[in-house]
Write a protein that binds this ligand. Structure first.
Ligand code: ADP
Length: 556
């Protein structure tokens, strides 16, 4: 309550039910004195009579007293003394005027309402009793013995009106108090919730900071809202020398195992800000040699309770040790593969000699054919492993020359036609003549052949394949569509990662090693091109390669 007085200022103190005694008393005495001056104009003898002046002086004295008393240090109930005293003074003044100015009785209204305002219905009862004693009783006594119904009605009128008005004021007061209590309770609840939220946030921040994976949160406008300690440490590997807090676009980021910088729009944060969700997107942080790290990134969009996008969270995991372990394993596999290739070639050579010699009985020949087929399959696997190893070790090196991609694609389609016919696939071509581009013909043939062979492999019998080439926005666009098994959106996110095979492909028992697309992507990136996929599970897939047309002068 003292807080209420301190915070509210003079007006607040005046309006306060429990405080502002001096302010209210000042107001009342001022009002009574001003009205008395007005009355003095026509009834000076009454106003300047002894009892009236005594009542006015008593009021002034009480006003001075209210200013001196320290109300905060005495019990609240003592406040009632002041308005009760005021009612008594008003009664005295009213008695001086008697029937000549019944309106003087109205002086008692202000302190009566004050009582109702300060003490509710209890205060109203006190005020009504005080007004009856101070105004009605003297009226009846003065009329004695001629007391009739008019006298009684006139004497009861003022207390009745006081009781009615006091009742309304007390009611309004109790409503206000209840409302205030409700607001206080709500505010308390809100504060509790707020402090719980702050505690929760601190806990989250601590947990997030102790996690050794980098975490970065974007707000809905793509601005960084939070970065944890691990991400700051990881980012240092990608900071250009001399730059403490570089912009995202300045970070040294490249595709893993290559020197090719990741274009700005393909960086993890840019992709997440572009509303993309992805998993295990690996990028290299830092320079090609030395202190660089391989970082696996994943992004998820944050959706708020109304279903609206509220930002994104991107997680960065340092997978360099796994890459190093995998590299060691691959070297071992490569060494073993290398050792296997020579004896396998020799086995196949001698098998051919034996089978072509014409001395093997027909029954044994069939068995030898099975042996030969399996040995050939083994050799293919060994060669695939060796080819991947060579890409891992030296990256994709391209030797550029002027290439007609339309012609190159036509030849690649011809080479796979036999395979497609074996599965009764319908192959449609829509190949425009396109301008020559600067590219490595054998690497581009490898990339296109990979897409064509996948289309044949992942399309069931009697399906269809469409190959198109066209010039589009300064690039040559090669598109391979099929009506095959397709992929779910989740499967597509990991598609270009080494050794990744979709569960759908595994369920259909289609053989493969999950290497072709990762090599294809490296080839396309080495040409500063792009590769993308659109696919619907059960309906088919479309792979698109775009190779930019370089200016003549840059064609070597
Ligand atoms: P591989 O075909 O030897 O497994 P790739 O790297 O060429 O390796 O392909 C990786 C995976 O992508 C495949 O295992 C398959 O799950 C999926 N995939 C590739 N091309 C298609 C396609 N045209 N239709 C459906 N799935 C495909």
């Amino acid at each position: 309550m003292s807080g209420e007085r301190d915070d509210a200022g003079w007006m607040g103190r005046f309006a306060s039910a429990s405080g502002g005694v001096a302010a209210k008393q000042c107001f009342f005495t001022g009002f009574v004195l001003a009205m008395s001056l007005l009355l003095a104009v026509s009834a000076s003898s009454l106003v300047f009579s002894g009892p009236f002046l005594a009542a006015a002086a008593a009021l002034v004295l009480m006003t001075v007293l209210t200013g001196v008393v320290r109300w905060a240090s005495i019990p609240h109930g003592w406040i009632a003394v002041v308005p009760l005293f005021d009612i008594a003074a008003a009664g005295l003044m009213r008695d001086v005027f008697r029937a000549d100015a019944a309106a003087v009785a109205l002086f008692a209204f202000l302190p009566a309402l004050w009582l109702a305002y300060a003490f509710g219905q209890r205060g109203n009862l006190m005020a009504t009793a005080a007004v009856t004693l101070a105004i009605s009783l003297p009226t009846v006594v003065r009329a004695f013995p001629d007391i009739d119904s008019v006298v009684i009605t006139r004497s009861l009128l003022v207390p009745m009106v006081v009781a009615q008005m006091g009742f309304m004021v007390a009611l309004a007061r109790s409503r206000t108090l209840a409302e205030r209590a409700r607001t206080r309770a709500l505010l308390g609840e809100k504060e509790e919730l707020l402090s719980a939220a702050v505690t929760q946030e601190r806990l989250m921040e601590n947990i997030i900071d102790t996690i050794d994976m980098g975490i970065l949160v974007l707000d809905r406008n793509g601005r960084v809202a939070m970065i944890n300690r691990a991400h700051q440490e990881l980012s240092r590997y990608a900071s250009p020398p001399g730059q403490e807090t570089p912009r995202e676009a300045d970070l040294l980021m490249r595709f893993p195992n290559t020197a090719i910088p990741v274009p700005e729009d393909q960086r993890p944060i840019a992709r997440a800000a572009d509303c993309e969700t992805f998993s295990n997107y690996v990028v290299g942080f830092g320079p090609t040699r030395g202190r660089g790290r391989k970082v696996s990134t994943s992004a998820r969009q944050i959706i708020d309770v109304d279903g609206q996008r509220d930002g994104a969270v991107i997680v960065f995991a340092d997978v360099t040790p796994y890459f190093d372990a995998a590299r060691r394993q691959q070297r071992f596999v490569a060494a073993v593969s290398h050792e296997l290739r020579t004896p396998l070639t020799s086995i196949l050579g001698y098998l051919d000699l034996v089978m072509d010699g014409g001395r093997v009985p027909a029954e044994d020949l069939a068995h030898l054919e099975v042996v030969s087929r399996n040995a050939e399959q083994l050799l293919t696997i060994v060669e695939d492993l060796l080819a991947t190893q060579s890409v891992q070790d030296s990256g994709i090196e391209i030797s550029r020359t002027s290439v007609d991609l339309s012609q190159l694609t036509r030849r690649a389609v011809e080479s796979m036609r036999h395979e497609a016919q074996a599965k009764q696939l319908n192959v449609a071509e829509s190949i425009d003549d396109t301008p020559e581009v600067s590219a490595d013909p054998s690497r581009m043939t490898q990339a296109i052949a990979n897409l064509l062979s996948n289309a044949v492999k992942y399309t069931p019998e009697r399906g269809g394949i469409t190959v198109s080439v066209r010039e589009h926005h300064g690039a040559v666009e090669i598109r391979v569509s099929d009506t095959g098994i397709g992929m779910s959106p989740e499967e597509q996110t990991n598609l270009f990662t080494q050794y990744y095979r979709t569960p759908t492909a595994r369920q259909h028992h289609i053989p493969g090693h999950g290497l072709g697309l990762s090599i294809t992507k490296l080839i396309v990136l080495a040409h500063e091109g792009q590769i993308s996929v659109r696919s619907t599970e059960g309906a088919g897939s479309t792979f698109t390669i775009r190779i930019p047309q370089l200016r003549r002068s840059s064609v070597s």
